[in-house]
Design a protein around this ligand. Sequence first.
Ligand code: FPP
Length: 228
Amino acid sequence: MNDLVHLAIIMDGNGRWATRQNKERSYGHKEGTKNVREITKYASKMGIKYLSLYAFSTENWNRPKAEVAILMKLLSKFLKTEMVMLSENNIKFDVIGDMSKFSTSLQNEIANAKEMTKHCTGMTQVIAINYGGQDEIIRAINKATQKHEKITKEILEEFLDTAGMPPVDVLIRTGGDYRLSNFLLWQSAYAELFFTKTLWPEFSSGELEAIVSEYMSTERRFGGVVGN
Ligand code: FPP
């Protein structure tokens, strides 16, 4: 049996899910946000310690202005409304990504949200916003080289947004594509990858359970050999 400490999810397919029902893409993002709540609660009940969710990438700024605005609005609403549920479920809230690109008011909302759940000791929900794996690594190198002449794996990890978090064990991508899209590149070096055609708003706790049980029977070798 494998431990599942850190689960990461690329939540893809909101737009297609909405379009299939003749609805605006924004409806898909709203329903996708609702599913963040359901899957978070379920992951926490499963005993997972870190749940990292890709909500907005460094490349998502290239979407139409109106869609970016809707995603920012949903994020702001999420920060105001979800913290009570997280706190009740002993879930700590955290973010990764470059926060400096956000407005001061959004940065304050993020800080408040973190403050509201800082006492929680169960799972940590990590929302990736204005996040890109390559951007994170470059920011970390620039910070690390100010303090160290020679960088090791351990030193670099101290400067990543995920400092103090364990590596990703399982990475799931919904929506049918087979790529990492710049998510947790460093941290997923030995992650087990699962791809499903299910669109994010329809990704259920039952499907998560099935993926986790498949992962449990996988043999992880971390570059070693069988049985060693
Ligand atoms: C991909 O769908 C989804 C995103 C851009 C990120 C996920 C965002 C959410 C679940 C909502 C916001 C989350 C929070 C925590 C506030 P897509 O638009 O790429 O779908 P498509 O591939 O079908 O077009």
